[in-house]
Design a protein around this ligand. Structure first.
Ligand code: ZN
Length: 411
């Protein structure tokens, strides 16, 4: 591999893109022309008719910059100051509530800023964060801090914010409307969110959430069935509500762990319904492996992952994301989506990790539902990563060392 030509107009030669990104009828290695930091042309064996300087990758694996589809910047990096925590999801929620009482805008800003710095260094260009919201009539301080950070970081990472509101706050239709209005009024990149679990199940509240989102033109992102209780029905009911009201927005459901615990026929029927609506799933392998089937002194035997392969077989977009990083929910993590993909690829035994599963960390269009955000559109910024040491069969091993290129230049 030769070295970067120190200009933002050049011919990137011999890049090995994943097959999902390789143009039809092209060879495995492609040449990509960049002009002024923008993608101009992808072809097999370019004649370099523009006479550009050449950066020869000699077959190095190359990916678009990444999307981290599900994070919690408000809670992140709090683990170090906490005492012992009861294992499992509900224990983590209790520990978080106790810590939250001490949050200040400066504390949230510093922790979230650190997280974004790691994310940027890893090669992320789009990040969606959830933010706990527990008062019907007051925005949490973190929501406002995250709005400020989204503005401050807009040239580096595009940041979306989801209001993570307990389902019972939507039980009253007027209150549901008021919450959606506050979220919609809080600026661009805001989505309506909620936590849907058998411990708080309320069909009417979920209907109110969707009606309120529809009225405000908001997209929805839910923490859905994050449990191994086969009775969890949030995902199936969500598809029914979307069809009932002809929901116009895009919906993302994170976790959906319960599918893995349900009767397989029923779970597959639910996925058939998901495939008919405008929905993407997000799997969070690190957090699920750590929080599901978590009992002190017992080795877990259930993985808690959603049915990734079955969903993909139905062409349902499935993202893989970081989720909680170094907080009471998950003590691990580094805001590198490749770390989440590595864990997810092992836990879900995904085939063709580079050539197929990398879509789960690069397809911003899958997360937002906007086709215009698909990676590597000609005329868009040349944002990509080159892996000098990784290989096709071991990917994503040896991806720690990577060259992150933004607007054609090393970042
Ligand atoms: Zn989450």
């Amino acid at each position: 591999m030769t070295s970067h030509p120190s200009t933002s107009s050049y011919l990137l030669k011999g890049a090995r893109l994943p097959l999902w990104l390789t143009p039809k009828n092209a060879t495995n290695l492609v040449d990509i022309a960049l002009v002024n930091g923008k993608l101009e042309k992808i072809e097999s064996a370019s004649a370099n008719d523009l006479g550009l300087p050449v950066w020869d990758l000699q077959g190095a694996l190359t990916l678009p910059l990444m999307v981290d589809a599900h994070t919690h910047l408000d809670k992140t990096l709090t683990k170090s100051r906490m005492g012992s925590i009861t294992p499992g999801l509900l224990g983590a929620i209790q520990a978080m509530m106790a810590d939250r009482a001490h949050w200040t805008p400066e504390d949230v800003y510093q922790r979230a800023h650190q997280a974004l710095t790691w994310s940027y260094e890893a090669g992320v260009q789009h990040l969606r964060t959830h933010c706990d919201w527990w008062e019907p009539n007051a925005q949490p301080i973190a929501w406002q801090v995250l709005r400020e950070l989204a503005t401050a970081w807009k040239d580096k990472i595009s940041i979306e914010r989801v209001s993570l509101i307990p389902l019972h706050l939507y039980a009253d239709a007027a209150q549901a409307k008021s919450l959606a209005k506050q979220v919609a009024a809080s600026g661009p990149g805001a989505l309506l969110g909620g936590f849907v679990h058998t411990s708080n199940w309320d069909l009417q509240a979920l209907k109110n959430l969707f009606a309120a989102a529809q009225a405000e033109g908001l997209n929805v992102d839910l923490h859905m069935d994050e449990e191994l209780n086969p009775a969890a029905q949030g995902l199936l009911r969500t598809t029914e509500i979307m069809r009932e009201i002809d929901f116009e927005g895009h919906v993302v459901c994170g976790h959906t762990c319960a599918l893995s615990a349900q009767d397989n026929t029923l779970a597959l029927q639910t996925l058939d319904e998901v495939a008919k609506v405008n929905m993407a799933l997000v799997t969070l392998p690190l957090t699920n492996l750590l929080l599901q089937d978590a009992v002190t002194g017992k080795t877990p035997t259930k993985r808690g992952l959603t049915l990734v392969q079955e969903a993909r077989a139905r062409s349902i977009p499935v993202m893989v994301a970081s989720d909680n990083v170094q907080d009471p929910f998950c003590t691990f993590g580094s805001y590198d989506p490749l770390e989440a993909l590595s864990t997810g690829a092992l836990a879900a035994q995904l085939p063709q990790v580079f050539d197929d599963a990398t879509q789960s960390i690069c397809r911003t269009d899958w997360l937002t539902g906007h086709a215009s955000q698909a990676p590597f559109q000609m005329g868009s910024a040349a944002n990509f990563m080159v892996f000098e040491q990784a290989n096709l069969w071991g990917f994503p091993s040896q991806t720690h060392k990577r060259l992150v290129i933004r607007n054609g230049m090393p970042a």
